[in-house]
Design a binder for this molecule. Structure first.
Ligand SMILES: [Ca+2]
Ligand SMILES: [Ca+2]
Ligand SMILES: [Ca+2]
Ligand SMILES: [Ca+2]
Length: 782
């Protein structure tokens, strides 16, 4: 059992660390306009004091509080400014407003809990919260109870449902129940506080589960040990259980829901996730931990009497419109064991009231001076290349931009957080980048950006859940999460960054360089600056290694590789085959041959077969450990991988082959075309053929352009497609492959035969293509 508060504390720490103040010296307004960014990560009354502004770098003596104006997500937010009448923001004065954490779709909320309130100082004043007298007359009987909901949910286990278009886009679960033969029944208990339930009515309990095994399940649910559900259900799917909690069973304080998973006859194991439980109940009008909120159930006027206060200083807000609350003042206060507050209001059904003891009012989760970044909106010149990164990687990103410039591109480094603040109202979401890129295409002077480098790694553990299982790693540029993979479900989908109109067909050439720190970043830039983009004149630049797995029911990997060799490879490039069970008889010799081929120098490596993020082939013919031993300094191949998940860069603590190979200092790859999801051979092979056609027949040798054109052609034929979303360039999109040796020189075919093993194995039977993935979807460690 976990304490519900833990995740909130983690979250607050994360949010506090998210934003680094940009200015240390106090700023004097003196006629200028200041803009302050205020982060809010929970719903409730927020107060901003002169000390908060001092901490943000503003000298409160230089500002006039009558000019304060606040907004959030583009809407004005009414504030109360205590002590503004004298034109000075003195100690003891404060700003008070109703802050809401970020509320969005389940998918959008995965990225952040932080909502941002923008305070301007020195410009036109914004709306103020009006005071409304709420003194009671004691002539109405206060309602005794009201409809309330407790939603109990924690997030400890990641699972992406292994399907497209799931009924819920949830990918984090509270717990997992895994009965098996020798332990056929598993029960776990989930606790949460229920404040002040009345005792003479029954309530509605809801529990959501998600089964990841296609078997018959049996689920039991008890509330405070009263068994309410014993149900069987089937299939790999979400299940929502509802049950009635009898009167008197719920208690004020901690209540428990005990959920069991029991093996059905004939089932040897099961695996069920628990997402949340929710109790819809009726609550007494008593404050809980200094707070209460409720809605009017019918039109008023009403007098509400609320006890349970430790002190009579309570802020009462009508937050029916949370952007424009009303403050209810001068209630009656009555001392007793606790303080009771009584107020009168002429309300409408559904009006929402929020009461919070002054001692329970929080400051902002973060506050920082944040001037508008006009140079991002209206720069003097455009840029061919945009490098999106984080401040920590700026020196290496600038080196990358210098490399772009040395090759004739204009290039500009921008920070992801700046795009969030300028182009998505401060709400942390990959959409900030597409908003920005869309802006540049219409508003920037020429040249408009054509290439985008996502310069930084990222993973999906945005809120630091369960760090023992999912280690905390930098998120410099987040993965753009999308439910696009038919087998994995939600996958990193960098294509969305480049698809400005969200039709599935990208507009810009984009690559990700998934580096986590300056050392990794410099290592990649070092390799790029050393790469020869001119001509395949060195012998190693004319070798292309083709690696094929062997599993005929899933795909003819060797045949597909020969298809590429025979139809697309230019005459000056010499194929070298490493085909499992054909050119090499066992997995150990395959593995050795791959290492030898890369270490002796090769222009290009292509792999088709089974895969997982960190392995190639069933039985592991190649892995991230093998990458560590590479020693191909100065001879960096382009990888193209047509398997499952080789490019899945976003699993914390489990780096993928594509990212590891690119990051490897003085060895490994120069770039990779790799999938972040699973794939079917029948769909990957045409994609591969198109890519080879673009590179070798149409001579589009700039990697970003080549992948963009491939995707656009694939889109023409198939429309929206998961491979367009998941095939990702790991590397710099402006990198250009050297041109063919034969283009500039009289070409004489080489007599060398670096492929010692002829294709003398019996031809593989061409079995009908099937669509199952070549590898199980990602499974969290047990
Ligand atoms: Ca004052
Ligand atoms: Ca959840
Ligand atoms: Ca598009
Ligand atoms: Ca990674």
């Amino acid at each position: 059992m976990k304490k519900p508060t833990l995740s909130l504390i983690t979250l607050l720490i994360l949010a506090a660390g998210l934003f680094l103040p940009l200015h240390r010296e106090p700023v004097h307004a003196d006629g200028g306009v200041l803009r302050v960014r205020i982060g809010v990560v929970q719903d409730g009354v927020v107060r901003i004091t002169p000390d908060d502004l001092r901490n943000a770098g503003i000298d409160p003596k230089t500002i006039d509080p009558r000019t304060f104006a606040m907004s959030s997500q583009g809407q004005p937010v009414a504030i109360r400014v205590a002590g503004e009448g004298d034109g000075r923001f003195d100690d003891g004065d404060f700003i008070e407003f109703f802050g809401q954490k970020f509320h969005g779709s389940l998918q959008d909320e995965k990225y952040t809990d932080e909502n941002v309130y923008w305070l301007t100082i020195g410009d036109a004043p914004g709306p103020r919260i009006p005071d409304v007298n709420a003194t009671p007359s004691f002539d109405l009987t206060p309602p005794a109870d009201f409809a309330a909901v407790v939603h109990a949910e924690e997030n400890n286990y990641w699972y992406t449902q292994h399907r497209k278009d799931p009924p819920t886009k949830e990918s984090w679960y509270w717990d997992q129940l895994r009965p098996y033969a020798s332990q056929p029944g598993v029960t776990h208990t989930f606790a949460a506080a229920v404040p002040y339930p009345i005792t003479d009515q029954s309530f509605a309990l809801t529990v959501e589960e998600n089964a990841r095994m296609n078997v018959s399940h049996r689920t039991t649910i008890a509330f405070n040990d009263a068994l309410l559900v014993d149900a069987t259900w089937s299939a790999k799917r979400r299940a929502v259980f509802t049950a009635t909690v009898p009167a008197g069973v719920a208690v004020s304080g901690i209540n428990t829901v005990t959920i069991g998973a029991l093996l059905q006859p004939g089932v040897t194991s099961d695996w069920v996730y628990v997402n949340y439980w929710e109790l819809a109940y009726r609550r007494e009008f008593s404050a809980w931990q200094g707070r209460i909120d409720f809605r009017a159930e019918e039109a008023g006027p009403h007098e509400y009497a609320i006890d349970g206060w430790a002190a009579p200083q309570v802020v009462i807000l009508d937050i029916s419109d949370p952007f424009a609350p009303r403050r209810l003042i001068e209630p009656a206060t009555m001392a007793g064991d606790t303080w009771t507050l009584r107020f009168r209001v002429d309300d409408a059904a559904g009006d929402h009231f929020w009461l919070q003891e002054e001692s329970a009012i929080a400051g902002p989760a973060s506050i920082a001076l944040r001037p508008p970044l006009d140079q991002l909106r209206q720069p003097d010149t455009g840029a061919d290349v945009i490098i999106v990164t984080g401040q920590d990687l700026f020196p290496a990103a600038e080196r990358l931009a210098d490399w772009h410039r040395s090759r004739g591109y204009s290039s500009r480094v921008v920070f992801f957080q700046d795009l969030v603040d300028e182009f998505n109202d401060g709400i942390y979401h990959p959409r900030a980048v597409t908003n920005f890129l869309t802006w540049t295409q219409t508003q920037w002077p020429d040249p408009k950006p054509r290439y985008v480098v996502l310069f930084g790694d990222g993973n999906w553990n945005f809120k630091g859940y369960n760090p023992a299982k999912y280690p905390i790693e930098p998120i410099i540029v987040p993965p753009y999460l999308a439910w696009e993979d038919p087998w994995q479900g939600e996958v990193p989908d960098d294509n969305r960054y480049a698809d400005l109109d969200d039709d599935g067909n990208p507009e810009l050439a984009l690559g990700r360089i998934p580096v986590n720190n300056m050392e990794e970043a410099n290592a990649v830039v070092d390799k790029l600056t050393a790469y020869d983009e001119n001509e395949r004149s060195q012998f190693w630049q004319r070798i292309a290694v083709f690696i094929a797995d062997d599993d005929p029911p899933v795909g003819d990997f060797a045949g597909d590789s020969d298809l590429i060799i025979n139809n697309y490879l230019p005459p000056d490039v010499i194929p070298q085959r490493i085909y499992r069970n054909i050119t090499h008889s066992d997995i150990a010799s395959v593995r050795q041959a791959i290492a030898d081929a890369i270490n002796s120098g090769t222009f290009m490596v292509q792999y088709a077969g089974h895969g997982s993020p960190d392995t190639w082939m069933k039985g592991v013919g190649w892995s991230v450990q093998d990458v560590e031993n590479l020693s191909n300094a100065g001879m960096y191949p382009l990888f193209s991988t047509f398997n499952c998940l080789d490019g899945y860069f976003a699993y914390p603590g489990r780096p993928s082959i594509a990212e590891t190979t690119l990051r490897k200092a003085d060895a490994g790859s120069i770039a990779a075309f790799s999938p972040t999801g699973l794939g079917a051979t029948s769909e990957q092979t045409p994609f591969r053929e198109t890519l080879m056609e673009v590179i070798f027949q149409d001579d589009v040798r700039t990697l970003g352009d080549a992948l963009l054109l491939t995707k656009q052609r694939y889109f023409q034929h198939r429309g929206r497609h998961y491979l367009i979303e998941t095939m990702t360039l790991f590397g710099d999109p402006t990198l250009t492959l050297p041109s063919g040796f034969y283009l500039n020189n009289a070409y004489t075919p080489l007599q060398l035969n670096p492929n010692p093993a002829p294709l003398n194995a019996p031809a593989l039977p061409k079995l009908p293509e099937r669509n199952p993935p070549r590898q199980e979807p990602l499974t969290p460690p047990l």
